[in-house]
Design a protein around this ligand. Sequence first.
Ligand code: NAD
Ligand code: AHE
Ligand code: ZN
Length: 369
Amino acid sequence: MRTQAAVALEAGKPLEIMEVELDGPKEGEVLVEIMATGICHTDEFTLSGADPEGLFPAILGHEGAGIVRDVGPGVTSVKPCDHVIPLYTPECRECEYCLNPKTNLCQAIRSTQGQGVMPDGTSRFRMTDGTPILHYMGCSTFSNFTVLPEIALAKVRQDAPFDKICYIGCGVTTGIGAVINTAKVEIGSTAIVFGLGGIGLNVIQGLRLAGADRIVGVDINPDKVPMAQRFGMTDFVNPKEVDGPLAPYLVDLTGGGDYTFDATGNVEVMRIALEAAHKGWGESIIIGVAPAGAEIATRPFQLVTGRVWRGTAFGGARGRTEVPQIVDWYMDGKIEIDPMITHTMPLKDINKGFDLMHEGKSIRSVVVY
Ligand code: NAD
Ligand code: AHE
Ligand code: ZN
């Protein structure tokens, strides 16, 4: 079939909207009509050329929601007309990782996913002249129709709006999950969140859900303050207004964070987040994704004296099991999504979504097909 898609032809160039050819689902695969997709900073990271795994030409996008239109042989867990959220962290329920309760990092298809192909080693996408186009994070939600492995789909309730629940495909689950699954924040905790964008705000929302007492937000863009306060931020620090090193300033302000979170992807900020964690027990969670070649550093003494450095992917969530529950939380009013979706646009305007992100003017832009 042919479908409309926004194609990343090369790093650093705007996406090109074009018709592409899409092959039908093979064994264990599913054809999904994407109804809406968010634009996450990770899409920008890969498009910029900073992702060591970035391959081109590819169809980016990993924060979608849609409807099953066809299934390949052997598919049993979804059927046509089911509503689904694509999972860049799949859940096969069989691999060594899925069988270990300490991780959500299913590895069943990780190596082919990183190479931009389906588990059989081939791509379903190509240009109308036959040039192959790669998949991205196993999802490629910047295409109106896409093909995914069955194990990379969470089946969700049918009354939930696609243009909101697409955000659960990455940002909402990552932020809330980092608090609940990875940090396991206790009632009464003090937390510091670096980066008040699409992920950081969901960390703040998760902290309020977990019963944190003090939630300090740190961002170089003060325009993010009103939204962060709405979601539970109690104090704001703009690093540009702090004289001297930021970590001691934050320790003075809070006594040290029981939990700190990096949602910027900046390795200097990651160090400050670790060093702003409480001596003896503070845990710092790395969510941000850093460019190729970037490395984190700190004095080992920071760890010797009891601070813990931890990372999280997709908020530690097992997608097929937990994503439908998060959709329920949204539909039951336990969490909010709507105010964070600051812009919606048709696919033809997707590059405007990237511009708004660069300008710091959006929280989430959502493309509605
Ligand atoms: P975003 O662009 O919406 O937000 C980033 C925020 O960080 C902005 O508000 C920006 O002003 C702020 N910021 C930038 N530099 C800063 C600095 N030096 N100090 C303080 N604040 C600073 O991006 P997002 O969609 O929220 O993504 C945030 C990060 O999380 C990205 O690196 C993204 O790739 C990563 N991410 C990781 C996962 C995961 O599973 N680990 C999932 C989604 C996104
Ligand atoms: N390809 C990058 C790493 C990117 C990365 O860490 N991705 C996160 C999800 S970000 C979603 O917005 C992730 O899931 N990581 C675990 C994994 O297996 O990719 C690089 O640096 O190579
Ligand atoms: Zn993402």
